[in-house]
Design a protein around this ligand. Structure first.
Ligand SMILES: NC(=O)c1ccc[n+]([C@@H]2O[C@H](COP(=O)([O-])OP(=O)(O)OC[C@H]3O[C@@H](n4cnc5c(N)ncnc54)[C@H](O)[C@@H]3O)[C@@H](O)[C@H]2O)c1
Length: 261
């Protein structure tokens, strides 16, 4: 039985993890933390707590699962590692520098940490197929679609997709002529690292969407679209469970669910 703490337990994703931890016979919900609804009874003798560090010290958590918000996730992860608690991080918005620092601290302290910008198996396959297609196309752009409560843009998934695409092609082309934006941002945001990559990412925010992404490849006379739709948030839970099981048994740092599939 793996003892689970959920941070962001009141949120859209956190409440799905709470349901998973309650319903799965191999998991046990022992701790729930959120910035809101402190004191609310979540399940049996588990109540929402507001003080993360105090909760980690009192509750006997094996793995904490964090679905909070971009502006608090970095501090949260450092708190897990400093307190010797293994973590699975679904919250997006971490910068490359923050991810490198977390990896360094996780390695130094020998406390496992699993970060994945997307826990849906279909989305992982979409990224894998996009990475493969990048070998054969010189033009590619990404459009990601999310609900209008999402705080960060572009999505962690679109950035991760661009990174995987860059492994197979680190110099995508844009238009074939000099481009002028008559409205700022009309061509999206350019994802590049040290001048390499050059992938335009466009972010749509609208009620009705959960999370979708399309990677579009173009060449003379043909278009390839790789499209994934998240219909509801249950789709992430099998991936969260795999990550929890992995980090429970291992003490390493992992970035991306594809590393354990
Ligand atoms: N990795 C994935 O597969 C995946 C999938 C969907 C969403 N996400 C990401 O997960 C995050 C959460 O998404 P959501 O839709 O559940 O958001 P949400 O706003 O519904 O939930 C966030 C919850 O965290 C709580 N919270 C915020 N700051 C906190 C803090 N410092 N300590 C404790 N609780 C805090 C809020 O009160 C809220 O209840 C976002 O970054 C989102 O992009 C990741």
């Amino acid at each position: 039985m793996i003892k689970i703490g959920v941070v962001g337990a009141n949120g859209k994703m956190g409440s799905e993890v709470v349901k998973l931890a309650i319903s799965d016979p191999e998991l046990e919900l022992v701790c729930a933390v959120d910035a809101n609804n402190i004191g609310q009874n979540i399940y049996n003798d588990v109540y929402i707590e507001g003080d993360l560090e105090a909760a980690l010290k009192i509750r006997n958590v094996d793995v904490v699962v964090d679905f909070t918000q971009p502006k608090s996730v970095y501090e949260n992860v450092l708190t897990y590692i400093e307190n010797g608690v293994k973590s699975v991080i679904g919250t997006t918005g971490l910068s490359n520098q923050q991810i490198s620092k977390i990896q360094q601290v996780s390695d130094e302290k020998n406390v496992g940490c699993f970060i994945a910008p997307n826990f849906s198996i279909g989305a992982i396959l979409m990224m894998k197929f996009a990475s493969e297609a990048s070998k054969y196309f010189s033009n590619a752009e990404i459009i990601e679609y999310h609900h209008n409560q999402k705080k960060d843009a572009p999505s962690g998934t679109s950035i991760k997709t661009a990174q995987l695409m860059m492994k197979n092609n680190n110099n995508f082309k844009l238009g074939n002529c000099e481009e002028t934006e008559t409205i700022n941002g009309a061509r999206g945001g350019n994802y590049s690292i040290n001048g390499n990559g050059n992938i335009q990412i466009h972010a749509v925010r609208m009620p009705g969407f959960v999370a979708s992404q399309e990677v579009i490849f173009g060449a003379d006379g043909q278009i390839l679209k790789i499209h994934h739709d998240t219909i509801n948030r249950e789709c992430y839970m099998s991936g969260v469970k795999l990550a929890v099981e992995h980090i429970f048994k291992n003490n390493n740092f992992v970035y991306g669910l594809e590393n354990i599939l």
